[in-house]
Design a protein around this ligand. Structure first.
Ligand SMILES: Nc1ncnc2c1ncn2[C@@H]1O[C@H](COP(=O)(O)OP(=O)(O)OP(=O)(O)O)[C@@H](O)[C@H]1O
Length: 483
């Protein structure tokens, strides 16, 4: 784990560094944003710990502009929720109060490491894929991982790296589809200062950053044919040329590539080089769609439910049998990513210490959120309907399924019935509105996070919020709400 600390941490830099190093992290330090960016350009890092007085709202877009995809954790004196909320609003993943507590820092480092490591499976289909992965991981062979979007190809790549001889060396991922074509070359191979407009400083590319470790080329099918030629040369000769550079640089990396398109088809169509395909496809691992591994649905649902209960500081919730049935009946076109979102929503929706079918909302064919009850689709979300906002608000307070948990002596199935009964008589638009507002509160008003959890686009979310505001409903603003 490479930790880069930015700022002096209010005099706590030494203490925080020692704690992190004792936990096995390699720590570097930058006083300001410019130095931090220059370290990222020359060495890279896995986690940024940034003092609150550093201009985080300025840092985050600069990281994005240079495609540094790494988590940022803010640190500051005290536990004022407003400070923490402001840091998270500007894009930090967590807020750590100073002086640093060993346990807190250890927990953050572990969470980042775990994000890298969690590979959950229980189904025999996936056990076979994992067995093949275990067999090929220690070799130096290039591996091509194929599978539909959201099946866990990147998770599999990290698993392979973790089981390889390079496990303690860098794992660097590049999403070839997410980076504009004209920038991908310098992203991969780096550039010299002044190589092109905007190349204000020398920067190493992902190949050099991953030196001695593993480089994941995600969505390789999206790479332009001209760049494919340069990639082939880098793999064959184990040398790269920085853009604008005058001499080649040696690199020692193992390549893992992923694709959710059929690359053999792409070869036939002439959009993917055959020689590169053979170089990368020494071993092919196909990650099956989630619908083909029902036992994984159960294991992953419980895993995500525990994860999001912890993230939202709630007690862990067991998933009822009928909720499992609803989950296993769904076809999961978005695979594990869709299940993760559904379980995050379910944790927020479930009112007791169990997740019943009433908490499972799945998108229907047109993308609207749909309530499932007892494994069957109960109603599909319509467009906003009118209604008296004041009445609706008081009705929600009185009967909403997500009101404060009440102590209950009812059996789990009675509780489920009671929760479902609470929904009966309300329109789906009302239920949807409460879900949206509640989710927004949990995300302290962050629209992007809320839209992700809800499984709707940010544009749809904004339109709905505008409508609620027009209807006189109080919509949480960024920084408002519970977490
Ligand atoms: N077996 C698994 N165990 C735990 N989490 C998983 C597993 N598979 C996928 N996930 C989670 O599901 C989400 C999607 O996984 P991932 O990004 O690896 O999919 P992908 O196939 O690479 O998707 P895409 O093709 O869209 O890039 C991630 O949040 C990941 O952590």
């Amino acid at each position: 784990m490479r930790l880069l600390i930015v700022g002096t941490l209010d005099g706590q830099l030494g203490a925080a560094s020692r704690i992190a190093m004792n936990r096995g992290a390699q720590v570097t330090h930058a006083n300001d944003i410019e130095t931090a960016l220059s370290i990222l350009r020359s060495k890279g890092a896995d986690l940024l710990m940034v003092e609150i007085s550093v201009d985080i709202p300025n840092l985050i877009p600069r990281l994005k502009a240079e495609h540094f995809a790494l988590p940022v954790v803010a640190c500051g004196i005290g536990t004022d929720p407003k400070t923490a909320a402001a840091a998270i609003r500007s894009g930090a993943k967590e807020y750590i109060p100073l002086p640093p507590e060993a346990d807190m820092i250890a927990a953050v480092l572990q969470a980042v490491a775990e994000d890298d490591q969690n590979f959950i499976y229980r189904d025999d289909v996936m056990k076979n894929v994992a067995a093949l992965a275990d067999q090929v991981a220690p070799s130096e062979a290039s591996i091509m991982i194929t599978g539909e979007s959201g099946t866990g190809k990147e998770v599999m790549a990290r698993y392979l790296h973790g089981k390889s001889r390079r496990a303690n060396l860098p794992f660097v991922a590049v999403n070839c589809a997410a980076i504009p074509e004209n920038l991908l070359e310098s992203e991969l191979f780096g550039h010299e200062k002044g190589a092109f407009t905007g190349a204000v400083a020398k920067r190493i590319g992902k190949f050099e950053e991953a030196d001695k470790g593993t480089l994941l080329l995600d969505e390789i099918s999206e790479m332009d044919v001209r760049l494919q030629a340069k990639l082939l040369r880098a793999i064959q000769e184990r040398q790269i040329d920085r853009v604008g550079g005058s001499k080649p640089v040696d690199v020692d990396i193992r390549i893992i590539a992923t694709s959710n398109r059929n690359l053999q088809e792409a070869v036939k169509e002439g959009t993917f080089r055959e020689d590169l395909f053979f170089r990368l496809n020494v071993v092919n691992l196909r990650v099956p769609p989630l619908r083909e591994r029902p036992k994984d649905i159960e294991a992953l649902a419980q895993h995500f439910s525990d994860k999001y209960a912890e993230v939202n500081q709630m007690g862990k919730k067991a998933i009822t049998k009928s909720a499992f049935e609803a989950l296993t009946h769904h076809s999961w076109p978005g695979n594990v990513r869709e299940l993760e979102n559904a379980m995050h929503r379910a944790v927020l929706l479930a009112s007791g210490d169990e997740i019943g079918p009433e908490a499972i909302m799945l998108p229907d064919a047109s993308g609207n959120l749909t309530l499932t009850m007892g494994g069957a689709t109960a109603a599909s979300a319509p467009e906003m309907t009118g209604g008296n906002p004041a009445n609706l608000a008081s009705e929600t307070a009185a009967t909403g399924a997500w009101a404060a948990n009440e102590a209950s002596t009812a059996s789990p199935s009675q509780e489920e019935d009671a929760q479902t009964a609470n929904l009966v008589g309300r329109t789906v638009a009302e239920v949807e509105r409460d879900l949206i507002i509640d989710t927004l509160k949990h995300c302290i008003g962050n629209r992007t996070h809320a839209a992700n959890i809800l499984g709707i686009s940010i544009r749809t979310l904004r339109n709905k919020l505008n409508q609620y505001q027009t209807d006189g409903i109080n919509v949480p603003q960024p920084g408002e709400g519970v977490r």
